[in-house]
Design a protein around this ligand. Structure first.
Ligand SMILES: [Zn+2]
Ligand SMILES: [Zn+2]
Length: 372
């Protein structure tokens, strides 16, 4: 089998192309390179198949992700072999690719509706650590393709109507037989829409669609975490032919906090305490998401000791439980002492009996045993 060209290259789109760009590139190429238009070109069939194959993979987000990750040799990629469209269940699958894009006649000869669900839209929404913890009302602007108001989505100049395509009789598809094979292809005259526009709408230029700025108001629920997605049903692009609208998917990105780290519903805080506080015990002011609280650390607290402040963490998403704040204390050894302070420490040291440093004592005992 000959080496295949990169699917993105075949469709002439960028690796980061949106589904919309892929769809547009495919439609244009499918129209231009339809084999019926190039009866003398022996490579036309192969080229047309190549375009359809590239589209079948890139227009399906799961298949596209696999292709991006593994390339041609990836798992299940063999199924996209142009010779049989094996991955799509033979000819039936081949047709279904067009049905997705163009609607029209099914394998059984029934008229299928030209109805398509609108595209989903994705938006990355940045929220603060606190907004994620306690919830927030946010609004943002986004661009959405919508049906043109002037022509109500038909693409035809007001007062005129799109005409049913005479070539495909409105089905959007043309059947052709070569040998034993009956192939169904999108109609190149109407681009698979089944309709031809004589006079184009001035507002949308015949597309039937325009891009508009919209504002989304979203309730960010308390407890949401980085990477989670809020779905606003039906707020994506409108469907085609009366199909349902797509969804607006809002991907949450939580800004890091200066003090706290989060893991699920628990938050973690590293906090320095003084040598004296650690030795004598102290009521310390611990910052929380809702202001400072007093916390009594016991005398003889070691560095790295963790204290758990129950219920001072983050609320469970869609639940009533609240996580904890885990306080991790770091004992800070004083620096830049004066001569007087150093002298006080020496006096302090000479007052020790040895049992005050139990870890050091047991360590020294172990060392002693090692050499005796
Ligand atoms: Zn219009
Ligand atoms: Zn047609």
């Amino acid at each position: 089998m000959a080496t295949k060209r990169d699917y993105y290259e075949v469709l002439g789109v960028d690796k980061n192309a949106s589904q919309d760009e892929i769809k547009k590139a495919y439609r244009k190429l499918a129209k231009e390179s339809h084999p019926d238009l190039h009866p003398d070109d022996k490579t036309a069939d192969a080229r047309f198949k190549e375009i359809n194959e590239a589209n079948a993979v890139l227009s399906d987000s799961d298949k596209r992700a696999k292709y991006d990750q593994f390339g041609m040799d990836g798992p299940n990629m063999g199924g996209f072999d142009a010779s049989g469209f094996g991955g799509f269940g033979g000819m039936g699958g081949f047709e279904s690719i067009f049905d997705q894009l163009f609607g029209g006649m099914g394998a059984g000869g029934q008229r299928r509706s030209n109805v398509q669900r609108g595209n989903d839209l994705r938006y990355n929404l940045r929220v603060s650590f606190e907004e994620a913890a306690f919830g927030a009302k946010k609004s943002f602007d986004f661009m959405r393709e919508e049906n043109c108001d002037t022509c109500h989505g038909s693409g035809a100049k007001p007062g005129t109507q799109p005409e049913t395509c005479a070539t495909c009789k409105g089905t959007g598809q043309v059947r052709a037989s070569s040998g034993f094979m009956v192939t169904v292809r999108p109609c190149n005259v109407c681009g698979g829409t089944g309709k031809n526009i004589k006079e184009r709408c001035g507002t949308c230029g015949g597309d039937g669609r325009v891009r508009r700025k919209r504002t989304a108001n979203v309730n960010v629920p308390s407890g949401i975490d980085d990477g989670q997605v809020i779905i606003m049903n039906g707020q994506g692009e409108p469907g085609i032919g009366g199909g349902p609208s797509g969804d607006l998917q809002i991907v949450i990105s939580v800004r890091p906090h200066k003090l706290f780290k989060r893991d699920g519903t628990n938050i973690y805080l590293d906090m320095p305490i003084s040598l004296t506080q650690a030795s004598l015990g102290a009521d310390i002011d611990v910052p929380t998401l809702e202001g400072s609280v007093k916390y009594a650390i016991p005398e003889g607290t070691q560095t790295g000791t963790r204290f758990r402040l129950k219920g001072k963490g983050i609320q469970q998403l869609n639940g009533s439980q609240r996580g904890d704040l885990v306080l991790n204390v770091q004992v800070e050894i004083p620096r830049k002492l004066s001569d007087k302070q150093k002298e006080l420490l020496r006096q302090f040291e000479s007052s020790l009996s040895g049992k005050e440093y139990s870890d050091s004592k047991s360590f020294l005992d172990k060392v002693k045993n090692l050499f005796s």
